[in-house]
Design a protein around this ligand. Structure first.
Ligand code: FAD
Ligand code: NAI
Length: 511
């Protein structure tokens, strides 16, 4: 009986503790404390971008040690893993956006933010040229920002490989506006297909949703689209039920090359069951406003051409280097052999520069361009900058102690100062021993529709790895993403969206 009473009290206490924790975080997120102002004696650290790499750095950086300036055309952090869910309204777009202002207002020393694009990094003059390309412009919309240290985290742009018509006619899936555009266009295609007297052939074209690229972006989007159709569209617009079609086009012999063979097969089988047509060994060569022209490699190696009509075309064929990064690479002879982005050393310093670091998708390392890599690099750079600041502080102290020792009057005072110098010297060499960046791969996860996900997971730092697919993996996928969404506010918003979708279905109105 005593044990039961103890357990009962423990339950109550932990519930109360949970509520107190929640209340504290809600209060703290709404009431940021006073901040220190800029300090002219500190170095200026300029961070470009507000994505996975830059925001992970910003979150862990002790801003007391630097005057930090953030430059990005996007004044929010975007949780990209849930972006495909926004294309169909499973999740509302604002739920995966975290305002940058919230993040920087919680730092110890005020962080300056400029909503602008870096258009040129002048490595020699140590300045970044910035432009405000937003709709509202003041009398000044172009200027320069000087830096002592610079971190380049501008990500990558969509690869089109120069294929004609892609930029003009396809939708991409990288930014929040892309997801909104896709959501609008899906509904537009459906409403246009049901227009009075529409021909059968035109209906078929309009209801053909084509996804190019069998990487995780294309796969997750196709899965989300399938769910939207099966769970909502089929019910609310029954006239399209037998015509709505999703096709995934991939140039290689299989989809999801980064996953194990078993999971590739599982994904392809699931897509077959979901009536998503997967066309591998099919390379898109040209895009017009209504068709894609593809080259198909047959089993015997022969190639044939085909024209596929589409209503919606989503282009997800990976990353290309941004102009500002390409320009910096062209300034530096050390970058001449780099193709995929800025070549960096083990400490993420851009080859051929001093005081310029790069992280995430704009850097070229041996790792895949993923959020996992970018965020671990951001955390690494935060540790590096924090320890650089501590090193400088201790070196200044050591210098002062040494001066005091030289001027000491008696031996006892000298001995005491020597002991102090030794202790500080030891802690200095410890701080200086920061090991190079090493990526720890936690595994890959992708949603494939119909409440199923695939996961190649490394447990306990890679000691055990497992490859699973199915409904349980899907629950794991959900809980993993909810725990990863950065802020408590966003976590609650995402959970509410999921519940709302389960209870009422997705909204089929066109904005
Ligand atoms: P980004 O996060 O792209 O951030 C770049 C930042 O730079 C942005 O704020 C941008 O506005 C800013 N910027 C751009 N140009 C300039 C400029 N000229 N000057 C200043 N700032 C600029 N990875 C995973 O590991 N797991 C997943 O589940 C996953 N899902 C994904 C789903 C989708 C739909 C997509 C598109 C990607 C997904 N990724 C995932 C990949 C992941 O999002 C990227 O690898 C990650 O965002 C890279 O981080 P980053 O900081 O380098 O760049
Ligand atoms: P990707 O580079 O992984 O895949 C693009 C695919 O498009 C390739 O398989 C390529 O063969 C194909 N392709 C290229 N040109 C083509 C053409 N003309 N015709 C037909 N197919 C063509 O790109 P993706 O999916 O955008 O991913 C980018 C990065 O983001 C990757 O590193 C990926 O791992 C990461 N990511 C991870 C996710 C996850 O872990 N769940 C989700 C989304 C992205």
């Amino acid at each position: 009986f005593k044990i039961l009473r103890f357990l009962w009290r423990l339950t109550w206490l932990s519930t109360l503790g949970g509520f107190a924790y929640l209340a504290y975080h809600v209060h703290d997120s709404k009431n940021p404390p006073e901040q220190l102002g800029p300090d002219p004696t500190k170095k200026t650290l300029v961070i470009l971008g507000s994505g996975w790499g830059s925001v992970s750095l910003l979150k862990k950086l002790d801003t007391e040690n630097y005057n930090v300036v953030v430059i990005s055309p996007r004044n929010f952090f975007l949780f990209t893993p849930l972006l495909p869910s926004c294309t169909t309204g499973t999740i509302e777009h604002r739920s995966i956006m975290e305002p940058l202002r919230h993040i920087i207002r919680h730092k110890k020393r005020a962080v300056q933010y400029y909503e602008a694009e870096a258009t040129k990094i002048d490595a020699e003059r140590r300045v970044v040229k910035i432009n405000d390309f937003s709709d509202v412009k003041g009398t000044v919309s172009e200027t320069e920002v000087p830096f002592d240290y610079l971190v380049v985290g501008v990500g990558a742009e969509n690869a089109t490989f120069g294929i004609p018509g892609v930029r003009e006619h396809a939708c991409f899936l990288k930014e929040i506006q892309d997801a909104q555009q896709i959501r609008k266009k899906v509904m537009d295609c459906i409403e246009t297909a049901t227009f009075k007297d529409q021909t059968e052939e035109e209906k078929e074209r309009l209801l053909h949703m084509v996804v190019v690229g069998g990487g995780p972006t294309g796969i997750e989007f196709a899965g989300e689209l399938h769910d939207f159709f099966e769970e909502d569209l089929r019910k609310w617009v029954p006239d399209i039920a037998d015509k709505f079609k999703v096709t995934l086009v991939e140039a290689l012999p299989n989809v999801l090359p980064m996953f194990s063979k078993a999971l590739i097969e599982y994904t392809e089988k699931t897509f077959k069951d979901e009536n998503i047509q997967v066309r591998t060994k099919t390379m898109v060569k040209k895009v017009t406003d209504r068709n894609i022209e593809v080259e198909v490699t047959k089993g015997d190696g022969n190639k044939t051409k085909e024209v596929i009509p589409y209503g919606l075309l989503v282009w997800a064929t990976g990353n290309a280097v941004r102009g500002v990064v390409r320009d910096l690479m062209n300034q530096l002879p050390a970058q001449k052999n780099s193709r995929r982005g800025l070549a960096v050393n083990d400490y993420l310093v851009v080859d051929g520069t001093e005081g310029i670091w790069a992280l995430g998708d704009c850097s070229a390392t041996k790792y895949a361009p993923t959020a996992q890599v970018a965020s671990q690099q951001g955390n690494f750079l935060a540790r590096l900058f924090n320890s650089m600041a501590r090193t400088q502080a201790i070196e200044t102290e050591l210098y002062q102690l040494d001066q005091m020792r030289q001027n000491a009057k008696d031996e006892a005072e000298k001995a005491q100062l020597t002991a102090e110098i030794e202790i500080k010297g030891r802690s200095l060499s410890k701080i200086k021993q920061l090991s190079p960046f090493e990526y720890s791969h936690q595994g890959s996860l992708a949603y494939i529709g119909a409440d199923r996900a695939v996961a190649d997971i490394n447990w306990f730092g890679g000691v055990i790895s497992s490859a699973t697919g199915g409904e349980l993996t899907y629950l794991f996928w959900r809980s993993a993403y909810v725990s990863m969404v950065f802020s408590l506010r966003n976590r609650i918003l995402v959970l509410t969206d999921w519940l709302k979708t389960k209870a009422f279905g997705r909204d089929v109105s066109r904005e």
